[in-house]
Design a protein around this ligand. Structure first.
Ligand code: NDP
Length: 306
């Protein structure tokens, strides 16, 4: 197994086990440097999103890397403010232009938004059937979101990209996704760096002579979870990919499994508190709109149990 090895999705296409996440890498030199470093060192999967505002840099870097587009698994996401049937199609074509490509490997709904997401999904199904996207999927979907989508779609999602790290490894959702043949992809697999200092992870790193990040990323893969760690640092981009030369024992896998505390990084109540703070300060920006629609959509879905 190496960086080009992958898992076969429910529609038969292959997705690499490891990709580079580019959230918070700034448009321009910063994101370009990271993507070029990754591709030159064997990465074959890049995860971006409309809201990261760095799709143009990702596109430039792919061109500059010299790696053929056909060897790269490229993911982006339709943003909260872009959802809807027509607007998703527009958003998709805008992302293609930014990314300088004529197809995507994976297009995801970034956050569920109740009924509106069904219109988004219909647009994505059509783009998929036109051959413009190799696989379509979702992100941040809990079981009730997936049930709603599955009972209202023609093409089931191939992927669910979710917050997944040692303190939040979502056993129920993971099991549900496995049963429905929806591949789980871990976002913030390193808990944005915070999981690296956990004493249990440190102890395993010492014993296996690996970095804490490598231990966690290897745990992801052995659990059958695709992982997309972010780094803007060349050394860490490279070391994060060196996880194919060792194996965690079943006992050590379980040590990490037992760290789960069902503890997401941002709790729902923090999101709502943040939303009210922004409302009070009257800063009506893109982030506010996105938080508002997520909170309202989620609440409606929970109330109606859809
Ligand atoms: P990660 O868990 O990947 O952690 C990234 C942080 O860890 C950065 O601060 C990075 O710093 C540091 N880091 C990376 N490797 C190492 C290492 N070997 N040793 C020490 N520190 C390290 O966080 P992200 O939130 O970025 O998640 C990964 C990706 O998931 C995102 O980039 C994005 O693509 C996706 N994502 C998707 C979301 C969604 O809603 N669908 C939400 C959030 C993320 P440095 O850069 O300095 O190395």
């Amino acid at each position: 197994m190496d960086l080009s090895s992958g898992v076969t999705l429910n529609n038969g296409i292959e997705m690499p086990w490891i990709g580079l996440g580019v959230f918070k890498l700034e448009e321009g030199k910063q994101v370009e440097k990271a993507v070029i470093t990754a591709l030159k060192n064997g990465y074959r999967s890049i995860d971006t999103a409309y809201v990261y505002h760095n799709e143009e840099g990702v596109g430039k870097a792919i061109k500059a890397s010299g790696v053929p587009r056909s060897e790269i698994f490229l993911t982006t996401k339709v943003g909260v403010t872009q959802q809807g049937y027509e607007s998703t199609k527009e958003a998709f074509h805008q992302s293609l232009r930014f990314l300088q490509t004529d197809y995507l490997d994976l297009y995801l709904i970034h956050w569920p938004q109740g009924k509106l997401s069904l219109d988004t999904w219909r647009a994505m199904e059509e783009l998929y059937e036109e051959g413009l996207i190799r696989a379509i999927g979702v992100s941040n979907h809990d079981i009730h979101h997936l049930e709603y989508l599955l009972s209202n779609c023609r093409i089931p999602p191939a992927v669910n990209q979710i917050e997944f790290h040692p303190l939040h490894s979502r056993p129920k959702l993971h099991k549900y996704c496995r049963e429905k043949k929806i591949q789980v992809v871990a976002w913030s697999p390193l808990m944005q760096g915070k999981a690296l200092g956990l004493p249990e992870i440190q102890a395993l790193a010492d014993r296996y002579q690996k970095t804490p990040a490598q231990i966690i990323l290897r745990w992801n893969i052995q659990k059958g979870v695709v992982t997309i760690p972010k780094s803007g640092n060349a050394k860490r981009i490279i070391s994060n990919s060196q996880v194919f030369d060792f194996e965690l024992s079943a006992r050590d896998m379980n040590v990490i499994n037992l760290l789960n505390k069902n503890s997401p990084m941002v709790l729902r109540r923090d999101r709502i508190k943040h939303l009210f703070e922004m409302l009070k300060s009257r800063k009506f920006d893109r982030k506010l709109l996105s938080l508002l629609s997520n909170a309202v959509g989620d609440r409606i879905q929970q109330t109606l149990k859809i």
